[in-house]
Design a protein around this ligand. Structure first.
Ligand code: PGA
Length: 252
């Protein structure tokens, strides 16, 4: 098994440039070079290049983007391509975040096209999946997660899947302060690994990192990261405070 341990901070649409600069400096000052956890900082687009210059000073810190367009270039006013993200130092791109699904009506066709662009530009997709509270209450969560995975992953080869990270983010836990229990997280992460194994093979499933996201914080990260199939976290709110984010990094 060669799964990487990963902590990614999704800043969403938060922080001024000056605040972003200070936050990254404070995080970098607390983390040692020998720390082998993969740390991914995912700031708003305008700060990417500057933050990358800061991140490259430390080992195992990488830059991620919150979104990309389905095309490489052209007349798409206001959009940003994977090609551009790669040219400013990004290594990862979030795809399918529940906020993109909900507010921007993105669907599986968009995700497949975006991931193709991501892979073409040597970046890695962090594919976000998760059920709503209604889907969980109706006991449909395994079905929903299976569909979200199968509809996207079957468009790619096992070789391509090796570059993926999956983030399980129950929509009811995002930004709500309500976290999945360790039992719920482990159960779903093991299930996701089973679906990946069914589409590809056991080795591919064993090697893919599956992150938990949804009100993961400095207090609950350690319990969640102890679960055998939880390989780290995709952190929203708690990634905006240097001390909390670093505590999460130190939670393995
Ligand atoms: P949260 O967000 O940690 O604030 O719940 C997680 C996410 O949306 O990735």
């Amino acid at each position: 098994m060669s799964r990487k341990k990963i902590v990614a901070g999704n800043w969403k649409m938060n922080k001024s440039f000056q605040e972003a600069d200070t936050l990254v400096e404070m995080i970098l000052n607390q983390v040692n070079d020998f720390d082998e956890i993969i740390k991914i900082i995912i700031p708003p687009f305008p700060y990417l290049q500057t933050i990358n210059t800061q991140l490259t000073k430390k080992d195992n810190f990488f830059l991620g983007a919150q979104n990309c367009h389905t095309h490489s270039n052209g007349a798409f006013t206001g959009e940003i391509s994977a090609n551009m993200l790669s040219s400013v130092g990004c290594k990862y791109v979030l795809i399918g975040h529940s906020e993109r699904r909900q507010y921007f009506k993105e669907n599986n066709t968009d995700f497949i096209l975006k991931i193709k662009e991501v892979l073409k530009n040597n970046l890695s997709p962090i594919l976000c999946i998760g059920e709503t509270i209604h889907e969980r209450k109706a006991d449909n969560h395994f079905k929903v997660i299976t569909e979200q995975l199968v509809n996207v992953l079957t468009a790619f080869s096992a070789d391509e899947i090796h570059r993926f990270i999956i983030a399980y983010e129950p929509v009811w836990a995002i930004g709500t302060g309500e976290t999945a229990t360790t039992e719920q997280a482990q159960e779903m992460h093991a299930f996701i690994r089973g679906v990946v194994s069914g589409i590809f093979d056991a080795t591919t499933a064993d090697n893919i990192s599956i992150l938990y996201g949804g009100s993961c914080n400095a207090q609950n990260a350690q319990e969640l990261f102890k679960c055998p199939d939880v390989d780290g976290g995709l952190i929203g709110g708690a990634s905006l405070k240097a001390d909390d984010f670093c505590k999460i990094i130190f939670s393995f």
